[in-house]
Ligand binder design. Structure first.
Ligand code: HEC
Length: 159
């Protein structure tokens, strides 16, 4: 944008100078002064969530990222299962134990306890972690996003 303005503005300056008229610096200055002023505003908005309490902003980020999961999973205590089992209180529970959900044999036989590290590797690639699982979507490739989702799941507790 700035380059484009310069390309347009500078030749017109030369033209004006060549004509012997005042090069009318007003509009040119305005453009150049405003341009750097705009950038910090955007930066401030983008970094605002990390400025406050880092733990609560991680949870907030995870709440948003849980959109990857909520099509199939509820996190509300006693809410019905969806295409996937209710995940309320899942941290440190044994895999395949939510009553009333038809788990795959693979998940039931996995012997996994959902410690945060196990959740992390499962969300990264469910089928690699538990071959034969029927969780066929919702994987999250970015480690930071998985950490945020796990922090959010851990933050949802009985009150
Ligand atoms: C397309 C639907 C779908 C999406 C999206 C999905 N899951 Fe699942 N999930 C399932 C199904 C189905 C199962 C049961 C798998 C089985 O029995 O093999 C499951 C199982 C699980 C389990 C094991 C639960 C238990 O009781 O042992 C966890 C943990 C889990 N999902 C977490 C997540 C998280 C976190 C996300 C989002 C990052 C997610 N899932 C996204 C469908 C989904």
């Amino acid at each position: 944008m700035l380059k484009f303005i310069r390309m347009v503005a500078l030749p017109s300056l030369f033209v004006l100078a060549a004509c012997g008229t005042d090069p009318a610096p007003g509009p040119v200055e305005q453009i150049i002064v405003r341009e750097p002023g705009a950038a910090p505003v955007e930066t401030a908005v983008a970094s605002a969530p990390t400025d406050s309490n880092p733990a609560s902003s991680l949870v907030a980020e995870g709440k948003a990222a849980f959109a990857n999961c909520s099509a199939c999973h509820s996190l509300e205590q006693d809410a019905p299962h969806g295409a996937g089992p209710n995940l309320f209180g899942i941290i440190d529970k044994a895999a395949g134990e939510a009553s009333g959900f038809a788990y795959s044999d693979a998940l039931k036989a996995s012997g996994v306890i959902w410690a945060e590290a196990e959740l992390d590797s499962f969300i990264a690639d469910p089928a690699a972690k538990i071959p034969g699982t029927t969780m066929v979507a919702g994987a999250i490739a970015e480690p930071a996003k998985r950490q945020a989702v796990i922090a959010y799941i851990a933050s949802v507790t009985a009150n």
